[in-house]
Design a protein around this ligand. Structure first.
Ligand SMILES: Cc1cc2nc3c(=O)[nH]c(=O)nc-3n(C[C@H](O)[C@H](O)[C@H](O)COP(=O)(O)OP(=O)(O)OC[C@H]3O[C@@H](n4cnc5c(N)ncnc54)[C@H](O)[C@@H]3O)c2cc1C
Length: 375
């Protein structure tokens, strides 16, 4: 029996070859354009709008393999996966025609903003609010840590609107163009070495047309979750790719480096943790494949649990693989030449974003195990 179809294996091999051609010193724009041209960026988007007609199974293979070659495209987590999915599933016909072909062919990119300074992990507490204006909407609020806003044509902002009947606030998604009046961004000084930067955003009475609202005003939560499961699956792919890249670097080194009679990889203190990391990355991939299969089959509820578990497992496996890989290289683990030290910081992203390890443990405690909540 094959866990992965021949088609998926072929996709993996083709993307891996593309990744090898670009490698660690990759030019993000060039790789983005080439991956798009080959149909990889929009592989999950509907064919009628220029996509490949596949799903998260295929898109996660693309990101994992690019990461494993040392050239991950972080914006794949948000542009085709979250934004593309939400627009394809809930957008109006006009929104689909405006955005999907461009997201698929790489000529358009969309960022995604939910995190707020005073809400953090508690996204129920977000306060970015949309008021009805004469010709559409007026959006006001703040966001933080939003990736790639400078290179994205627009950002899909999670805000709230007031329910006309109850007065309570309900989540809604708005497409905010990069250069909209009142939409300001300032780059956050991160320790990360990555092409994609993080931004703090201020939305000061940003005027948006009616059709900036994605889909139905009353289906906000459903729409939001439709995007968050792909985000978790893709973060798992990102983490597994990075873990594999670090591990491959360490393995090559451990087979070659000799300071006693045999290469250092012969010492079990070096070999066993690397073997354990390989196992943990494989296990995380299995859960990612399960999450993608459930999501692609339309089982949003089942995919929710699996996507959380996959993101957790992949984040942990990635952090451990990178840590052990750096250690395997001894002093060289900290040189720029070998390029592993910067992954120590990068690997931690997978533990924190888009939902932290603790929030996933909370989710599993409450949703899967039925334990009571402390908060
Ligand atoms: C590189 C990077 C890129 C990002 N890109 C984006 C993006 O594109 N778009 C976007 O919207 N966001 C983005 N984020 C934000 C990210 O999703 C948040 O950082 C994350 O959700 C955690 O929120 P916080 O940083 O406010 O941490 P906090 O919520 O302040 O949490 C701090 C710590 O407290 C723990 N904690 C909080 N509540 C609980 C609890 N109830 N039980 C146990 N522990 C708890 C957390 O697990 C964490 O360890 C990005 C972050 C990073 C680092």
């Amino acid at each position: 029996m094959n866990v992965e179809s021949q088609e998926h294996k072929d996709l993996r091999a083709a993307v891996a070859a593309l990744g090898q051609r670009h490698g660690r010193g990759y030019d993000r724009e060039q790789l983005w354009a080439e991956a798009a041209k080959l149909g990889y960026l929009g592989v999950n988007l509907p064919e009628e709008y220029g996509g490949g007609g596949g799903g998260m199974a295929e898109l996660s293979i693309v990101l994992e393999e690019l990461g494993a070659a040392g050239c991950p495209l972080l914006m794949m987590v948000v542009s085709p996966a979250i934004c593309g999915t939400v627009i394809a599933r809930f957008g109006t016909e006009e929104q689909k025609r405006t955005w999907l072909p461009g997201l698929a062919d790489g000529s358009l990119t969309m960022a995604f903003g939910i995190t707020e300074p005073d809400a953090g992990s508690n996204s129920h507490r977000i306060t970015t609010t949309a008021h009805r204006a004469e010709d559409g909407w007026s959006l006001t609020g703040r966001k933080v840590f939003i990736s790639g806003v400078d290179i994205a044509d627009a950002t899909l902002i999670v805000g709230r609107t007031e329910d006309a009947r109850t007065g309570s606030l309900k989540p809604c998604l708005f497409i905010v163009p990069r250069d909209a009046d009142g939409f300001q961004r300032s780059q956050i000084d991160m320790e990360l070495q990555a092409h994609e930067k993080q931004f703090e955003l201020v939305l000061d009475d940003v005027t948006l047309p009616h059709d900036a609202l994605v889909g139905e005003e009353d289906a906000g939560l459903l729409q939001l979750f439709a995007g968050l499961n792909p985000e978790r699956i893709m973060t798992a792919a990102f983490a597994i790719g990075m873990g594999r890249y670090a591990l491959a670097t360490a393995l090559a080194y451990a087979k070659d480096r000799q300071v006693w009679k045999a290469p250092i990889g012969a010492h079990q203190a070096i070999a066993h943790p690397l073997a354990a990391s390989h196992i943990e990355l494989e296990l995380a991939r299995l859960m990612m494949q399960k999450a993608a299969a459930l999501y692609d089959a339309g089982d949003d509820a089942g995919a929710g649990e699996a996507a959380n578990m996959a993101k957790y497992a992949a984040g942990e496996a990635c952090v451990k693989a990178v840590d052990q890989s750096v250690h395997t290289l001894g002093g060289n683990g900290l040189t720029r030449e070998y390029g592993l030290a910067s992954l120590v910081t990068a690997s931690r992203v997978a533990r924190i974003a888009p939902v932290s390890r603790e929030m996933i443990l909370n989710y599993v405690s409450h949703q899967s195990l039925g334990l009571p909540k402390s908060y």
